[in-house]
Ligand binder design. Sequence first.
Ligand code: FAD
Length: 438
Amino acid sequence: MTLQPQPRTRTALVIGGGIAGATAALALRRAGIEATVYEAYDSTADGIGGGLTLAPNGLNALDAIGTADLVRDIGSPMTAIVLHSWNGKQLAEFGTPPGVAPMQFVWRTELYRALYAEAVANGVGIVHGKRLVRAEQDGEGVTAHFADGSSAGADLLVGADGIHSTVRSIIDPAAPQPRYAGLVSFGAQVRDSGLASTEGRTLMSFGKRAFFGWWTTEPEGTGRDGARRDGSDRDGTAVWFANLPRTEPMTAAEAHAVGAEEWLRVLTTAFADDRSPALDLLRRTDPADLLITGPMESMPEVPVWHRGRMVLLGDSAHAASSSSGQGASLAIESAVQLARCLRDLPQHQALTAYEQLRRPRVERIIKAAARTNSNKTPGPVGRVVRDAVMPLAMKLVKPEKMAWQYEYRINWSEPVPAPSTAATGARTGSAAPASHSA
Ligand SMILES: Cc1cc2nc3c(=O)[nH]c(=O)nc-3n(C[C@H](O)[C@H](O)[C@H](O)COP(=O)(O)OP(=O)(O)OC[C@H]3O[C@@H](n4cnc5c(N)ncnc54)[C@H](O)[C@@H]3O)c2cc1C
């Protein structure tokens, strides 16, 4: 009997037009695969979501597909993180490890705009108002069904639909769901903040009752050529974020229902005893500008990443808490690696190779971030212990030890070898039944 040659992937449906989805569509096009993005929301994410930091490894991954300059054009370099105790005492300063490029702060809106423009310029179709509700697959292909009654078909379906992924539950109905991480997050931009320049550093304070971070945006950070993108002068503009411990779980909708003015009052009380610019920045924050990011969530290990013609990507597979500063960068890395694997291997092997390449790395980073979250939610006793132990512990943390996170590089032109069969076992979804549980 002759074995049928395994099919290559020619077309892909990318569900979700966030960072993972937009990057995946671009990378798939570079790999010669026709990709269309289906996004639930009616419009792009303009104006939504504040800012985020892209780590050097995320930029390296964008470099692999020739798009990192998009980010450098709109980013501001972040050279160090400085940690303080509630009383203003500096606990530690982490610079970028030697030989590693600095992180880049970007506004989400600007990042989406840049990625979408690049994707469209490269022939990617982006369709809005398409919320995936179910999918079915057979030997010929996979069909996505949307809430508006329409459907679309392709060789592969990529679930880039975020931490509350629908695709994850379709692939594995027993898949774990996100867990509330005990913190509610907020942020804002304050023009004319009166703060001295933080010189490219992010300052953070483990406050008595909540965690606060702030920095000033630098005019020279607004583009590689120093040009200001929108003509606005960002001198003196500060950005802050806060993580407020809260035992009772809360949905994003419930957090919004509380209202900006009430949250500003709650935060003012929470930071009342701290020596940081928190109170001043809260006072200068217009309630209309308060970004209620909502509950911070952590995602337990996702046991099944792919089944048949469906695969997970980005937060749907590996949501690192925002404390890691790595969620977007890991999503970008995974998008590029998935495209390489699909370029070089038949689909079934490609999805297995993708998981083998990605799972150990993302899970190591997620574990490290979970430890950071626990430092942000100590009780009164834990706080005293933390403040006593942390300066010593921080002395032992060498930036070089973090280099493994940041130095990761993908060689786009290097062919991906067929996956090893020994390690694929129970965790690879292609072999796993739909009911596989954690
Ligand atoms: C407060 C906060 C701060 C953060 N800060 C950082 C940071 O500084 N650095 C960093 O690297 N990461 C940060 N992150 C994490 C980072 O934002 C995520 O890891 C990253 O955005 C993941 O991208 P994604 O495309 O996988 O998911 P998402 O960005 O969530 O995108 C998923 C997309 O899928 C769409 N969608 C959902 N369901 C469906 C459906 N059924 N059908 C069609 N479309 C659907 C959604 O509308 C959305 O557009 C932060 C996260 C938070 C919450």
